[in-house]
Design a protein around this ligand. Structure first.
Ligand SMILES: [Zn+2]
Length: 168
């Protein structure tokens, strides 16, 4: 084999690998609602035969196809944002009671993002990576419905889950 061929083969492999990292990672998550307790939560566990809530009532299920890599990218961004907000808030902590409650709220948000991140990896059955590039450049490729007051991005999947159920 000549050197030229070796190099192009290596190049091809790298190009393939790069393409792989930029491809959507199809998956699904399920929104669950207990009609008795009225609570709504998501799960990565798909149960074709249905399931019941801890109260014993059969839950309503809405399965949603998503791009796990896109969700991961958004969540990753949110976690970075929350970290920055926590750091920012740190400066005011000793001065204001209000910043303490903001801190609490941010930590709760952080936990919920971390849980989501975990579920995405479980759903993918492997560690997946985020889309390469800065968020501003790839934003329009992502299923972002809203940017909230804190600057966190809300994906289509997580936006108003109650609307997915036929509520009277
Ligand atoms: Zn229930």
């Amino acid at each position: 084999m000549t050197e030229g061929k070796t190099i192009s083969l290596e190049h091809f492999r790298e190009k393939k690998k790069k393409e792989e990292l930029e491809k959507p990672f199809p998956g699904r998550l399920v929104w669950l609602r207990c009609p008795k307790c009225q609570n709504i939560e998501y799960t990565e566990v798909v149960a074709p035969n249905g399931r019941s809530h801890k109260c014993g009532t059969m839950v309503e299920e809405v399965e949603v196809k998503i791009d796990l890599r896109a969700e991961l990218t958004i969540t990753h961004y949110n976690l970075k944002k929350i970290e920055a907000l926590l750091k920012e808030n740190e400066k005011f902590k000793l001065l204001k009671i209000i910043s303490k409650s903001l801190d609490k709220a941010l930590l709760a948000l952080k936990r919920s993002e971390e849980t989501y991140l975990e579920r995405l990896h479980i759903s993918a059955k492997q560690k997946i990576t985020i889309y390469p590039g800065e968020i501003v450049d790839i934003k329009n490729k992502l299923p972002i419905i809203e940017e909230n007051k804190l600057g966190l991005l809300i994906s289509e999947f997580r936006f108003k889950p109650e609307k997915r159920f036929n509520l009277r």
